[in-house]
Design a binder for this molecule. Structure first.
Ligand code: DGT
Ligand code: MG
Ligand code: MG
Ligand code: MG
Ligand code: MG
Length: 259
C-alpha cells in the first residue's frame, strides 16, 4: 500500500523539459531593484560599482557553468546563453533556472564588499529567473540585439530624465518634457541644455556588458614572471555592439562549435 502511495505522490512531480537542440537563455532580473537601488544609494541613472558587481557575478556564472557560452547584462538583468546542444540538468527548466539564479544571488552577496568597500549591504537581494528557447543562432542574436536596443533606449531616456531632475525640474515636469521625444531630440536636449555629447558617455552605460570566454595573450605575471609564450582562454567583460553582425563575425567560435 505504501509503495503505491509513494508512486502516486511522485507522479505529481512534473519535469518541464526545454525543447531539444534549441538555444536556451536564462534571464535573471533583480527583484524590486527600484527599492534596492534607493536603499543602497546607487548613483542615478547608472552606478558604475553596481554594474561592475553584476558583471563580476556574470563572469562567475560562466566559470561555474561551462555550457554558458555568452551573457549580456544591463541594469539589474542578465541573460545567460546555453549552447544549443547543452544537456545541463537534462534540460529541465526549473532546475537550470534555479541553479543559475541561486548561484548568481549568492555571488552578488559574496562579492558585495569587493565593490562597495564603505557601503553595508542592508538586506538580502533576490532575483527572478526564466528560461526561453530560441530555435536558431540567428533568432538568438535578434534576442540579444533586442536587449541592447532596450539598453540604449532606457539609458538615453534615463540620462535625460536625471539631468533634468538634477538641474531642478520636478520629476513630473521632466517626464512631460521627454514624452514622445525621439532619439535625435534627446541627443539635442543633452547637448544644448547640458553640453553632453551622448556618444561620449561611458560605453558600459550605453551598450551594456558582454561576458564571454576569449583567447587573450598570456601576461608575464600569469606565466610566473617568464616571457609570454602563448594564449590563455579567459572569461572577459566587454562593452561592444552586438546589434550588427560584426561582433559575431569577429568571434565565430561563441555560437558555432557544438558541445
Ligand atoms: P521587478 O524587476 O519587477 O522586481 O522590479 P524592479 O524595481 O527591479 O524594476 P526593473 O527591473 O524593471 O528596473 C530596474 C530598477 O533598478 C530600476 O528602477 C532602476 C534600478 N537600477 C538598476 N540599475 C541601477 C543603477 O545603476 N543605478 C540606479 N540608481 N538604479 C538602478
Ligand atoms: Mg522584472
Ligand atoms: Mg528588476
Ligand atoms: Mg530590470
Ligand atoms: Mg540535488
Amino acid at each position: 500500500v505504501w509503495s503505491t502511495k509513494c508512486e502516486n505522490v511522485k507522479s505529481f512531480e512534473v519535469k518541464n523539459s526545454l525543447m531539444p537542440s534549441t538555444w536556451v537563455v536564462v534571464r535573471i532580473d533583480g527583484r524590486h531593484f527600484h527599492r534596492f537601488s534607493e536603499a543602497h544609494e546607487f548613483e542615478k541613472p547608472n552606478d558604475e560599482k553596481a554594474l561592475n558587481l553584476m558583471n563580476s557575478c556574470a563572469a562567475a556564472v560562466l566559470e561555474e557553468f561551462p555550457d554558458v557560452v555568452f551573457s549580456y547584462g544591463v541594469s539589474d538583468e542578465y541573460s545567460f546563453v546555453f549552447k544549443d546542444g547543452s544537456q545541463f540538468c537534462e534540460r529541465y527548466s526549473s532546475q537550470i533556472v534555479s541553479r543559475v539564479v541561486s548561484f548568481f544571488s549568492s555571488m552578488y552577496v559574496m562579492k558585495w564588499k569587493e565593490f562597495f568597500l564603505q557601503k553595508e549591504l542592508k538586506y538580502a537581494p533576490s532575483f527572478d529567473g526564466r528560461a526561453i528557447c530560441y530555435p536558431s543562432a540567428e533568432i538568438l542574436q535578434d534576442y540579444l540585439a533586442w536587449r541592447q536596443v532596450d539598453c540604449h533606449i532606457n539609458n538615453q531616456y534615463n540620462t535625460c530624465f536625471w539631468m533634468l531632475v538634477k538641474s531642478g525640474k520636478a520629476k513630473s515636469e521632466a517626464q512631460h518634457i521627454l514624452k514622445g521625444t525621439q532619439t535625435q531630440e534627446k541627443e539635442d536636449l543633452l547637448l544644448q541644455q547640458f553640453g553632453i555629447v551622448y556618444n561620449t558617455l561611458p560605453v558600459m552605460f550605453r551598450k551594456g556588458s558582454c561576458v564571454f570566454s576569449d583567447k587573450v595573450e598570456e601576461s608575464m605575471e600569469e606565466n610566473g614572471g617568464h616571457p609570454v609564450e602563448g594564449y590563455l582562454e579567459k572569461v572577459i567583460v566587454e562593452h561592444c555592439d552586438i546589434i550588427g553582425s560584426s561582433f559575431w563575425d569577429l568571434h565565430p567560435s561563441i555560437l558555432s562549435c557544438n558541445l
